[in-house]
Design a protein around this ligand. Structure first.
Ligand code: FO1
Length: 308
């Protein structure tokens, strides 16, 4: 039987690893469950930031400097849109807009998120199997002093500066894992938890009914990559979210948080003194250079993970 790899992914951090992996393993062998808690409706359009980041990465059209959107995109439509809408903080390029217009139209025609994702992937030449974590609408809402904001607004408009007073995955109680997810967890050769935010990317996926329990049953084939190096997140607001959840901002803290379903953990070689602490939790721990600064480093890490 062909070995398939199953990944749990958020946006930019996961995309970096996936860019390495797709150079090592034929992308047809990848099943990727993607966080959809960042999904948002803006300008009347259905936008799925993490799904799009991963899709554009696999299609090799992502803007590699920003980590999102199309490379070399223009923003002509957005400047006109801003004349109609008072939304100055979210940027959509002209090519990127085509994806959101198509997705919104497909919803109107009655297709669900999994079906639409498949269609977009096919049109963009992506052969990996991208699976939204669920078809139901889930939105991550952050409580900050005096108001509640969507995660995208917290991230982009507020640059994740305000204190976090609450995190709510709105709609999660109605969310069911999209059809194939539980089956793929059983059959995968390896399951990889990408170095994404453990709370608002991986945590959202794990909150969908049945996914965490299914992973717990196969923990010997679950491999995580630490999103924290030397106590700091490589990018983004991960430390802030960990702190809010009383999780120590270190690879040990993340390992403890993932303990129930993690069989193996790759931490950065600079954190090697913490290896024994994690092994005491019953998690096999490996030290490697996990800061994916360039394509070679991304490929090296992917190769390492495939081989262990
Ligand atoms: N990130 C930004 O920092 N600024 C933006 O204006 C922005 C727009 C955007 C549009 C489409 C898309 O798919 C992603 C976009 N991102 C933007 C990235 C994204 O929102 C975040 O990096 C993730 O949601 C965090 O995981």
């Amino acid at each position: 039987m062909v070995k398939r790899y199953l990944l749990l992914a958020g946006g930019i951090g996961a995309a970096k690893f996936i860019e390495g992996l797709m150079n090592i393993v034929d992308q047809e062998k990848l099943d990727i469950i993607v966080n959809t808690g960042d999904d948002i409706e803006l300008f009347g359009l259905q936008i799925c930031p993490d799904l799009d980041i991963i899709t554009y990465t696999l299609a090799n059209i992502v803007d590699k400097n920003k980590g999102w959107g199309f490379s070399d995109d223009t923003f002509n439509c957005l400047s006109s849109l801003k004349g109609y809408y008072n939304i100055g903080w979210f940027n959509l390029g002209d090519n990127d807009l085509a994806t959101h217009i198509y997705r919104t139209d497909q919803y109107r025609r009655g297709f669900n998120k999994t079906e639409i994702t498949k269609k977009i992937c096919k049109k963009l030449g992506v052969t990996a199997n991208l699976i939204p974590m669920c078809n139901e609408q889930v939105e991550t809402i952050i409580t900050i002093p005096k108001k509640k904001v969507h995660f995208e607004e917290y991230y982009i408009k507020y640059k994740f500066k305000p204190e976090i007073l609450g995190v709510n995955f709105q709609g999660i109680n109605n969310a069911k894992p999209s059809n194939s997810i539980l089956r793929l967890i059983k059959s995968a050769a390896k399951i990889i938890i990408c170095p994404s935010n453990p709370i608002v990317s991986i945590g959202t996926i794990l909150s969908v009914q049945g996914i965490k329990d299914a992973l717990t049953k196969v923990k010997e084939k679950v491999y995580g990559i630490s999103p924290i190096v030397g106590g700091k997140a490589i990018k983004g607001p991960t430390e802030k979210f960990l702190r809010f959840y009383n999780v120590d901002s270190s690879c040990v803290g993340v390992a403890k948080h993932y303990k129930s379903f993690l069989g193996h953990f790759i931490i950065d070689k600079r954190d090697s003194k913490l290896k024994t602490k994690i092994e005491k939790l019953g998690i096999k721990t490996y030290c490697y250079d996990i800061v994916m600064k360039n394509l070679e480093k991304k490929k090296d890490l992917a190769q390492f993970l495939i081989k262990i």
